[in-house]
Design a protein around this ligand. Structure first.
Ligand SMILES: [Fe+2]
Ligand SMILES: [Fe+2]
Length: 217
């Protein structure tokens, strides 16, 4: 099968480094990953031949996440859940400061602190459902469990995907205005990291972990 007709999510799973390429081109590989590469590229107005070349040039696997469920769950908890818990409060603090100090400027990201706070609160409740219910069921070998808890998590991931679109709009795609102060620049960098981590996190759950328990319909 050629890369052009391969589903975006399968490329993201099978080709280490592909997720970074997709992020750069704003191709959604987590919630809308069930599209062939050619369709996803067209939707984003990306040159398909150049994109295929970029994916083919990726170096061999290095530092890929584990795929075995126990190890993958440990990796998700340590690399994503705990990291989001550390990084969101700091981003919220910076957003409040930037919004207070620069509220007169047209480029001021008004509403960013509130948006980040909403995302963090909803994410925390989502994490708790995974940590207290879903992951323990998986660790106990719950292959025969219904797909409903997984479906619910995937629906919540879609909402996070929409919230990330709003985050990009509020921060003009994470590009601070020229002459922005250090906190403003650090804030947008932190928001971009949150975006990248959340997309990787949801991709690992949607496309690598969950299908081992309830195959996608
Ligand atoms: Fe998670
Ligand atoms: Fe999740």
């Amino acid at each position: 099968m050629s890369l052009e007709t391969t589903l975006v999510r399968d490329i993201a799973i099978g080709r280490p480094g592909a997720t970074a390429v997709f992020r750069r081109h704003k191709i959604d590989f987590c919630c809308n990953g069930a599209a062939p590469l050619a369709d996803a590229a067209e939707r984003r107005g990306v040159n398909l031949a150049a994109l295929v070349q970029e994916l083919e040039n990726l170096a061999a696997a290095k530092g890929a996440a584990p795929t075995e469920p126990e190890a993958l769950i440990d990796h998700i908890l340590e690399r994503y859940h705990e990291v989001h818990r550390r990084e969101f409060p700091e981003a919220i603090r910076m957003a409040k400061r930037v919004e207070a100090v620069h509220r007169e400027k047209p480029a001021c990201p008004s509403g960013l602190a509130d948006h980040l706070t909403l995302m963090f609160e909803e994410l925390e409740s989502h994490h708790q459902k995974e940590e207290l219910m879903l992951f323990p069921m998986m660790r106990a070998g719950g292959v025969q469990m219904t797909g409903l808890p997984i479906q619910r998590m995937m629906t919540e991931h879609e909402i996070v995907g929409e919230q990330l679109e709003t985050l990009a709009e509020l921060t003009t795609d994470f590009i601070p205005p020229s002459g922005a102060c250090t906190t403003w620049r650090a804030l947008y960098q932190a928001c971009q990291k949150l975006d990248e981590d959340l997309r990787e996190h949801m991709h690992l759950e949607n496309n690598v972990l969950f299908p081992q328990f309830a195959p996608p319909v």
